[in-house]
Design a protein around this ligand. Sequence first.
Ligand code: SF4
Ligand code: SF4
Length: 337
Amino acid sequence: MVSVLLGKTGIRVEKNGFGALPIQRITQEEAVRLLHQAFDGGIRYFDTARSYTDSEEKLGAAFGGGKRAELFLATKTPSQTAEGFWKDLETSLRLLRTDYIDVYQFHNPPLCPKPGDGSGLYEAMLEAKKQGKIRHIAITNHRLAVAREAVESGLYDLLQFPFSYLADPKEEELVRLCAEKNVGFVAMKALSGGLITNSAAAYAYLAQYENVLPIWGVQRESELREFLSYVSNPPVMTPELSAVIAHDRQELAGNFCRGCGYCLPCPAGIDIPTAARMSLLLRRSPTQGWLSEDNQEKMQRVENCIHCNHCANHCPYGLDTPRLLADNYADYKTFLK
Ligand code: SF4
Ligand code: SF4
């Protein structure tokens, strides 16, 4: 078994974390069963967020009883005010059925919260820690500059950031910086929002970074089984897996949509994370489902774009989203002929 030490938090868990965003899409009964299977399989780090609708409630139903002390719960607040911070924290504690949260994260803030910045957010974190309601102060981000600032500030115990074998050298450098500063590193989107389809290659790449804990977004028992199998049999980098990575890096290089959804909501009702990746999805997964009547209707909404630029202004990767949508829609239509 390979374990990861999450920097100055002192949390040590096996190199498999559970990302609880997808359990929003299954029933509570299914979610509880899946979470128990994950726990029985050795997973001890569970990551959710106040914004993931009923995900916290499902985690609370699964672990609110006797198992709490044996695992680590991480959740997030998107609040931009101290008042909202406290409201979110109290709600999370109630839904998770616990009196403390191990890792409490600012959820992708546009700027790095700091003491004295006028928002009162960091002060609220310190007070929550003093009250014993949270154990470690953390931040998630999709913006490299904000992430670097948080790590260098010395104010954060842990960073959660997208990291997969599609990472560029600056992102790989961020992981090394976290090791140097003793800041825990949790990797979200290790499968790059569904674009990486070879989980063994994804795992083998991350295995090269001993300070990185991947959290896998799990919704199905088959997916969970796949990740649990890596506990007893961790994939190692082979020439075959290296070739997969080299091929994907070439195919997915550049300005592709990561499917993070930070550009939403779109006033024209466009499902941007899907529509802006459609060309890739059509080529990297079974085509038929994407061409269903339902998906055709969704893609057609791209025609309703009012060019308000809300999406481009909120994309942490600086993408020209309306352009990307138009290109993907044009490509999509060629598949319908
Ligand atoms: S520019 Fe178009 S796609 Fe982007 S948010 Fe506005 S309407 Fe939606
Ligand atoms: S366009 Fe940008 S913000 Fe929107 S889903 Fe893609 S990467 Fe995320």
